[in-house]
Design a protein around this ligand. Structure first.
Ligand code: IPD
Ligand code: CA
Ligand code: CA
Length: 265
């Protein structure tokens, strides 16, 4: 295993332990609001602190982009961290949240870990070496179009200016697909596409820490990841479509006409 992936796994497991330890104390947590519908607790901060501590101990010169503490350092290696993806779920005891850690090297996704601490499911990927779930190789599905496909999505609950565009996308996909799920943790949605539990996924306006690890999982599981214009700016724009190659093409064709002026890249 790549040594940097090994460090990421240790950090994700350790952060997962922090999160799980607090599950039966949710009512005693201090909840702050970063913006409308955007919550953060001391668990997010503690989990992030733990990840950064373990990465810094191994690689003190690497740069870090972490959701709660921002960007630190300057290096060709950059760790992109979401310490708790699915905070709203966590706060409600809804069992769908994860730790997401990616490593970029010279701007390219290189290593990825998404860890679901409740189910103890560890999704990993190394560039060029495939993706795994608990050490077993995973692949995207062979869905060749929307009929029969199970899609994941996320709602633009913080950026409601995108609601109309989103609903048009939903309207284009909904009658064709077998089902659409909104589970509330984008990193896990992407990991589920990589593992073939979902055939595809799309969301508007995610942040880099939501998508970086999951995108490498999908790519290494044989899938495609793009922005709404079928380009590669999904980390920057946060507009993501991913699936196996044929379904991906069908999703781009359905979503693209509805992306609106402000979602063009
Ligand atoms: C959120 C989750 C959610 C997605 C949001 C993200 P957070 O992450 O991934 O599924 O719809 O856009 O911000 O805030 O819980 O880390
Ligand atoms: Ca997130
Ligand atoms: Ca988060």
């Amino acid at each position: 295993m790549h040594p940097m992936l090994n460090i990421a796994i240790g950090a994700a497991r350790s952060a997962g332990n922090v999160i799980v330890r607090h599950i039966d104390r949710i009512d005693r947590l201090t909840i702050s609001t970063k913006q409308t519908n955007d919550f953060v607790t001391e668990v997010d901060h503690m989990a992030e602190g733990e990840i950064i501590r373990l990465i810094r101990r191994a690689y003190p010169d690497h740069a870090i982009l972490a959701e709660e503490s921002g960007r630190q350092g300057d290096s060709e290696f950059e760790w992109v961290i979401d310490p708790l993806d699915g905070t709203t779920n966590f706060l409600h005891g809804f069992p769908q949240f994860a730790v997401s850690i990616a490593l970029k090297h010279r701007g390219r996704l290189d290593q990825a870990v998404v860890y679901d601490p409740l189910r103890q499911e560890l999704f990993t990927a190394s560039r060029g070496a495939g993706a795994t779930l608990n050490d077993h190789r995973i692949r995207v599905t062979r869905a060749n179009g929307l009929p029969g496909a199970l899609l994941g999505t996320g709602f633009p609950f913080r950026q409601q200016q995108h609601l109309d565009a989103y609903l048009e996308m939903f309207r284009a996909l909904f009658p064709e697909a077998a089902g659409i799920r909104r589970a509330g943790a984008a990193a896990l949605d992407l990991a589920y596409v990589a593992a073939g539990r979902l055939d595809g996924f799309w969301e508007i306006g995610l942040n880099e820490w939501d998508t970086a690890a999951g995108a490498l999982l999908v790519l290494e599981a044989g899938g495609m990841v793009s922005d709404f214009d079928n380009g590669s700016d999904y980390l920057e724009t946060g507009n993501v479509i991913c699936a196996g190659p044929r379904l991906h093409a069908a999703m781009v064709a359905a979503i693209r006409p509805h992306r609106g002026e402000e979602l063009r890249c």
